[in-house]
Design a protein around this ligand. Structure first.
Ligand code: HEC
Length: 445
């Protein structure tokens, strides 16, 4: 029997597996970006402390480091493997594509990461036990290792959006996969955000020192204000460059809600510019509650929609512009010996080719039509749309409102012809279109 290399479907009702990815990813990004940002900040502060003999900066770095250890490193180390588990369940072929392209890049990144973890412990616990010069050198290597983890991961994440060079599809080489047109803008965008986050976290620590040393607290709050403002500016600047390097399908998704996205980003930028200016002009006004609340605002109003957007803009693909979000391979990648599965699916259908379809649903009959249609819909659409009437993730109900079976079939035919650039060009045999349309129509859309 001919089969395609599918995995059992991980179906997450109401929210969709993409939300699970999004939640784990967003928390991880907050933790990982603050730790890399802080590593750069430490290098800057340690340099200042050494050059200007500012011994009063060491206790600040120690406090900051302790916060980082507990907050970023613990949360980051839990959600990092968490992403692996979630992605393996939600998108097994997506993660498989990344491993097959980048296994050595990841292994190298892991070495940098181990150095980073040891480094943060050493910097916190030995800060007052080693001489200043050794401390300075250590902070430099810590910053290099941290930025190294970013530089290595960024090529992998950028590949998910787009290999960015056509050569990859014929050579299949890791460097063609890694260095695409958006790798560097993406990297600088994240560095900008990391600098901003190092200042945002720095504001929590500096405002907490108000009682013990008001002078130093105000000075550092002011500094963190400048650093955050600079980071925020860099983030916006590189975001615009990054947007210019995205593939057409990403723009098609972006344009659907362009106005509201831009509006939200402008409001966010205004709120944070005011906050950072306040830290610069009236440093004593910043307290720990405000500073902590602003981290929550970044998480909920900045990172969460930002990550959802990046995930959306990859549609219809999950990785490399050859694997659709619903785990179907959509083009040949000669260099890797990968063949598109679309022609076989168009001819024989998903029910026949997917090895995890139960025997009693392999052939559509009068009796099992709705059940087969439900399974087909889950396999083909649930990765991007929640199917329950109360679902929250790009709910199918809203998309098919008021349509009867033949109208829904029209949509499916149009999808099969590639009419929607953000959805898979999924051509199925007539009996499978019919079963899906019958099921979708039976849900009272
Ligand atoms: C790879 C992700 C993905 C898959 C798989 C997917 N969709 Fe979509 N769909 C989208 C995106 C993105 C949009 C556009 C944004 C929106 O409507 O929120 C969309 C929009 C739609 C729309 C509104 C079309 C429009 O532009 O007016 C319909 C109808 C729809 N999808 C039906 C389906 C059906 C039926 C399936 C399964 C056969 C499916 N989708 C599978 C991502 C997907």
């Amino acid at each position: 029997m001919e089969v395609i290399g599918q995995f059992p479907l991980f179906y997450f009702p109401e929210y969709g597996s993409a939300w699970m990815m999004g939640i784990t990813g967003t928390i991880h990004i907050l933790a990982s970006h603050t730790s890399v940002g802080a590593a750069m900040l430490f290098a800057f502060l340690a340099y200042k402390a050494y050059k200007e003999d500012r011994t009063d900066l060491y206790p600040y770095m120690k406090k900051y480091g302790m916060f980082l250890l507990i907050f970023s490193y613990v949360i980051g180390s839990i959600t990092g493997p968490g992403i692996w588990y979630t992605a393996t369940a939600a998108s097994p072929r997506g993660i498989s594509a990344l491993i097959h392209n980048f296994v050595w890049v990841w292994a190298t990144e892991w070495v940098f990461f181990v150095y980073e973890v040891i480094g943060v412990f050493v910097l916190v616990y030995f800060i007052d036990k080693i001489d200043k010069k050794t401390h300075l050198k250590l902070t430099y290597t810590f910053a290099l290792a941290s930025v190294g983890t970013l530089a290595l991961i960024i090529g992998i994440i950028s590949f998910m959006m787009w290999p960015g060079t056509e050569a990859y599809y014929t050579t299949g080489s890791a460097s063609d996969a890694f260095f695409g047109v958006n790798t560097f803008p993406h990297m600088f965008l994240r560095i900008g955000f990391m600098i901003m986050m190092s200042g945002v976290i720095g504001l929590v620590i500096s405002s907490a020192m108000k009682r013990e040393n008001p002078e130093l607290s105000a000075e550092l709050t002011k500094k963190m204000g400048y650093i955050s403002l600079l980071g925020g500016f860099l983030t916006m600047f590189f975001f615009m460059w990054y947007m210019g390097t995205l593939p057409d399908n990403a723009h098609a998704v972006f344009n659907i809600s362009k106005d509201s996205i831009i509006q939200n980003r402008i409001i966010l930028a205004a709120v944070f510019s005011l906050y950072f200016l306040l830290a610069i002009i009236k440093p004593r006004f910043i307290n720990t509650t405000l500073a902590s609340a602003m981290i929550a605002v970044i998480l909920l109003a900045g990172l969460w929609p930002g990550e959802k957007l990046r995930e959306s803009m990859r549609k219809p693909y999950v990785a490399g512009q050859y694997i659709y979000s619903n785990q179907i391979i959509s083009r040949d990648v000669e260099g890797k010996g990968i063949k598109s599965e679309l022609p076989a699916i168009a001819q024989k259908g998903l029910l026949q080719l997917n090895p995890f379809v139960p025997e009693n649903l392999k052939t559509v009959t009068e009796k099992n039509r709705l059940q087969a249609g439900e399974l087909l819909t889950k396999i083909s659409c649930s990765n991007c749309h929640s199917l329950e009437p109360t679902g929250v993730f790009r709910p199918m109900k809203e998309r098919l409102k008021g349509m009867d079976k033949s109208a829904i079939k029209g949509i499916l035919y149009a999808m099969g012809q590639g009419a929607f650039p953000y959805m898979p060009k999924l051509q199925l045999p007539e009996h499978e279109y019919d079963a899906m349309a019958a099921y979708l129509a039976s849900q009272n859309y």
